[in-house]
Design a protein around this ligand. Sequence first.
Ligand code: ZN
Ligand code: ZN
Length: 357
Amino acid sequence: MVNKRILLAEELIKTCALDAFVFFHLPNIRYLSGFSGTDGVLVVVGGETGFLTDSRYTTQARQQVVADSVREYRVKIDGILEFLAEKGAVRVGFESDTLAYATVSELREKGGAYEWVPVSREVKSLRCLKDEPEIEVLEQAAALNAVCFEEILSEIRPGAREVDIALALEFALKHRGAEEKAFDFIVASGVRGALPHGVASSKTIAAGELVTVDFGCRLNGYHSDETVTLAVGEVSPRLREMHDVVLEAHDRAIDSVRPGAALRDIDAAARKYITDCGFGDYFGHGTGHGLGLEVHESPSVSPRADEEAREGMVFTIEPGIYIPDVGGVRIEDTVLVTAGGCRRLTRIPKGFRTLPV
Ligand code: ZN
Ligand code: ZN
């Protein structure tokens, strides 16, 4: 299964008229070779793949990695240049979005014999179509979200601190097998809801507030990402309206997902509704992002997106309204693009929900 992915790397090499590609970015290395450690390089050249690492990881690599050879280096750059020299490459691609400038400079200095070609777009799309095993893990990670959220739901009540909700969720997720939390959870209540990235604080939740909980986990390297906004007791009509508008925008965006739909139009489906309802000034971020081995990856669903949705893409739909000094609402699901439209991977119901006080 992992082996077939090398064909994608070879396609990339062909598309960019390269002889070789050096992958440094760990999610790409994991995707292409199966290596889950934290240091190594994957070189693809002339139909051959070499995984290079140092002595700390050689044993792990020999067990995990699907590549033609696994080699040990003492100095990373030297190991790469040696491998390339053997294969007679000239034009060598690298990941221009993630590779440190210092490393690129060193490659160009020590490897002056090669033409080092920065590649961005083709690298971004490398992992954007998910295969069956990936979809399965993404679904499992999303299922964990639902179970754990239900488990801690009763703790979201007046008097609880945001940070306690975040901790309870993290504990529940790890207790049930998650490797790690996907990111620092956002638990934003009351006026803090107006902060789109309001990481859980020591603020106490009060009756009459909305609480936005944005969380997820990592399972076998893959992430879940989901946002729920709940009412703690009775909320004002204005807050209720904000929730209804975001929910409708979210539903419209999801309804517009199908192979061939411009990602920009999926964004517009949510944005136009929010704007038409008079809240356009309060929705500043893109509608969604790809999700997989990284929490944020290609594609992005935004007004600037220039790609189309394709079957197998997995991305979030997460419109929001954030009004300073009033509060905020965000509703987020992760969807898989299918032949006929899309399927929600995240499972927590998103309809308006009032928690007892
Ligand atoms: Zn999220
Ligand atoms: Zn997200």
